[in-house]
Ligand binder design. Sequence first.
Ligand code: FAD
Length: 355
Amino acid sequence: MIKTDILIIGAGPTGLFAVFEAGLLKLKCHLIDPLPQPGGQLAELYPKKPIYDIPGFPEILAGDLVNNLMEQIKPFQPGFTLNERAETIDRLDDGTFVVTTNRGTQHHAPIVAIAGGLGSFEPRKPQLDNLDFYEENGVEYFIRQPEQFRNKKVIIAGGGDSALDWAIYLSDMAAELTLVHRRNEFRGALDSVEKVQELKRLGKIDLITPAEITQLHGRDRLEAVTITTFDQNNPATQTLKETDFFIPLFGLTPKLGPIADWGLEIEKNAIKVDNTLDYQTNIPGIYAIGDINTYPGKLKLILCGFHEATLMCQSAYQRIFPDKKYVLKYTTVGGIDGFDGSRKEAPKAVVKAIE
Ligand SMILES: Cc1cc2nc3c(=O)[nH]c(=O)nc-3n(C[C@H](O)[C@H](O)[C@H](O)COP(=O)(O)OP(=O)(O)OC[C@H]3O[C@@H](n4cnc5c(N)ncnc54)[C@H](O)[C@@H]3O)c2cc1C
């Protein structure tokens, strides 16, 4: 059982910044996220896009903002349960919570902060017979350990940034890399499209367009796929291609998922909170911050998530230590005491006569 002060569900920017604010109050955090890396939408949907409305940053790439947040929270040593989705919540007699993931990992905390964004991202799946039989048996929707594809035959399908980026990355290690897309045009960063073109010319990527994977084959695991190639003037042709892996990268759709069944007040697919006070839900001790919550005037923006995370932590502190009075200290004055023993502080003023 993982124990912490604030259990944060969702490692997007809101959840990450909550770790920092909690750390200033000497509260420890642990985060759960079904994605393989922290950063939420920024890391998964638009890491290379510039953001222009983060205070103090006239322009910052989404991926860099995530890296900065990770650097900022490092002294507070947050724990992470990645690749797992928070599935159930149980309220114990003493008012604390146990949250269990889809893989059975249990987390115990007096405070739960749901920072689940648009919900958990589920991969868009192709409509293929027997697809579930081959899932994690040759069909993969996420590339968590690229090494598993070394010296293997790999087919990637998709026409966006992830399909292009992973095709480029894996073309270096796979025995054979095929990229299949149902259109001739790709929608991605220009340099990625050009790189794939170059790798095709060098014979490192077998590009098949416009085409789709239409059947999966294999007795115990995936052994081959049928590729149907379209041609405006001729009938579609079908080719059987041997492969070890088929990776459809058709994007992700967010779903509120299991959180919808936790007894929380839900309005239009978001969790209702008290924005006049602390972003607490209808269940005392459970907060909802960032894109996942709703209240009058709500804006789904990163900076709003940061603000909500800050107020949530203050309220959480009062719940955990009802008898202690917290006095707000500026970081410029109080500095930062990391849980790793590190200390950051502004240089102290000295009292010295000038002769
Ligand atoms: C293309 C694009 C461009 C954008 N540009 C801007 C911009 O310029 N400025 C701006 O302010 N905002 C922008 N946004 C919006 C911004 O990305 C969101 O406001 C922000 O990501 C919200 O952060 P969050 O941490 O609340 O949620 P998210 O970033 O969505 O993170 C939530 C995390 O929770 C996880 N999660 C969900 N359910 C569970 C569960 N059951 N268990 C465990 N984990 C779970 C998810 O996997 C996800 O990682 C943009 C969004 C998009 C899509």
